[in-house]
Design a protein around this ligand. Structure first.
Ligand code: MN
Length: 202
């Protein structure tokens, strides 16, 4: 069964002004679509990969072709990223449980956002900033390229609660080289309802 591009759960311009319509259109319709197509090509070419979920593939990532790592990560990361964003006014807020864990493990919401933005800004080249649950505690981390914390190759492994794409294609049309400004604006469109759900399941 081939992997498919999920539709955006909102209109292309729904995240403005934080993330503009043109960026969302290219990001979803072109970049994410390409990861899906190249993932399907890689899986089609290798019978041992067929019938497995991305999560199963991530667990043995170090032994699999680079094309699966890049494009499988690309597909999984982006599918989640779209759901982790929501138009202003529909974002909800951190649950009492998630807020308490952020206070306990990360020193409060302000310090968490600071650490998350620093992880994103400090990721050299392309990659992702993450909030994960690791051994029952929240942790801020980042990965290069399309890696994620489910992969056996990740330095910091855990269940994802929140992620931010810091590839240039995620912000360049509106923010050019100002990744920090994009990350600052990102917080206005974080879908806390989805993050709460992921935290409760972690
Ligand atoms: Mn991207």
């Amino acid at each position: 069964m081939a992997f498919t591009l999920p539709p955006l759960p909102y209109a292309y311009d729904a995240l403005e002004p934080a993330i503009d319509k043109e960026t969302m259109t290219f990001h979803h319709d072109k970049h994410h679509q390409t990861y899906v197509e190249n993932l399907n090509k890689a899986v089609d070419a290798d019978a041992a990969l067929q019938g497995k979920s991305l999560e199963e593939l991530f667990a043995t990532m170090s032994k699999l072709p680079k094309a699966v790592r890049n494009n499988g990560g690309g597909h999984w990361n982006h599918s989640l990223f779209w759901e982790l964003l929501a138009p202003e006014g529909q974002t909800g807020e951190p649950s009492a449980e998630l807020a308490a864990a952020i206070d306990r493990d990360l020193g409060g919401m302000d310090k968490f956002k600071e650490a998350f933005n620093a992880a994103g800004a400090g990721q050299f080249g392309s990659g992702w900033a993450w909030l994960i649950v690791q051994d029952g505690k929240l942790k801020v981390t980042s990965t290069p390229n399309q890696d994620n914390p489910l992969m056996d190759v990740a330095d910091e492994k855990g269940a994802v609660v929140l992620g931010a794409d810091v590839w240039e294609h995620a912000y360049y049309l509106k923010y050019q080289n100002r990744r920090a400004d994009y990350l600052k604006a990102f917080w206005s469109v974080v879908n806390w309802n989805k993050a709460n759900e992921l935290f409760a399941a972690a």
